[in-house]
Ligand binder design. Sequence first.
Ligand SMILES: Nc1ncnc2c1ncn2[C@@H]1O[C@H](COP(=O)(O)OP(=O)(O)OP(=O)(O)O)[C@@H](O)[C@H]1O
Ligand SMILES: [Mg+2]
Length: 296
Amino acid sequence: MTAPPVLELRDLRKVFPVKGSFGRVTGEVRAVDGVSLTIPQGQVYGLAGESGSGKSTIARMIMGLAEPTSGDILLDGVSILGRQASLAHRQRVQMVFQNPGASLNPRRTVGQSIRVPLDAHGASGDRRRRVGDLLDMVQLPRHFADRYPHELSGGQKQRVAIARALAVEPRLLVLDEPTSALDVSVQARVIELLESLVADLGLTYLFISHDLSLMRNFAQTVGVLYLGKIVETGPVAQVFRAPQHDYTRLLLASVPVISAEEEAMRPVIPLINGEIPTAEDLLALREQANLKEAKT
Ligand SMILES: Nc1ncnc2c1ncn2[C@@H]1O[C@H](COP(=O)(O)OP(=O)(O)OP(=O)(O)O)[C@@H](O)[C@H]1O
Ligand SMILES: [Mg+2]
């Protein structure tokens, strides 16, 4: 029998009510509109899409920070939804957020921050040594355990956030724009670190970014999210070489070309004329339609 995928999303949906004046519900936003995907163990799935396409809403539902309207989320073949889902099971998913500054407590040293999940999970053994090992893993000096967040650079803070996420030995890391707040050069080094960790630790990632170029050398599979739906998915090389959806082409068109090898992977299909409406455009249109309806 083959092992189930580490993560499986089945027809996942999240609908938010849209409130007008006086808090009246005037419509709804289908932030996530029937998303299904699977990530086998050891693989990286790159979820791309522009602002408002529903990326973080998917991440929040996987983390249990938002309740799906419908659909299911399975971790190692077992649903993490519903009351029967155990806390221990849920905690096998950890998340790294976009803003490393906001995710660390400014009054805690790096060591204390990393120790929080160890204490919460009643980890056995020498905590100080374990913190040191985790700092090694993210390529920070061990004496950083005594530093405070304000003494660290953005890239260093993000390494601490990664160390903390790794502390409980998760099965899956959900990385929601983990490098978009960092300088380009720092970004590349954090991506390198994430790449080496996924290989060394047998981890599995859901890597979320509006930037498709980050996924080219990193993910095995990409999915392109547009208005809450995956409009295109496939092996990364295939999606880069022959994108099928206009929106994917638009995302790829903004990818800078670096090497001849990568030049060969540039989409051959020309960009469509005219612009694809953004999620915000469509929302504004919907709002206008709602207003009209309310008046008539
Ligand atoms: N709590 C909420 N209440 C109402 N609407 C919400 C809520 N959270 C998200 N939305 C809406 O759901 C849609 C998807 O938002 P989401 O944050 O998932 O997008 P995103 O792809 O992560 O965008 P970004 O790239 O800007 O982070 C947007 O239209 C957003 O306005
Ligand atoms: Mg987001």
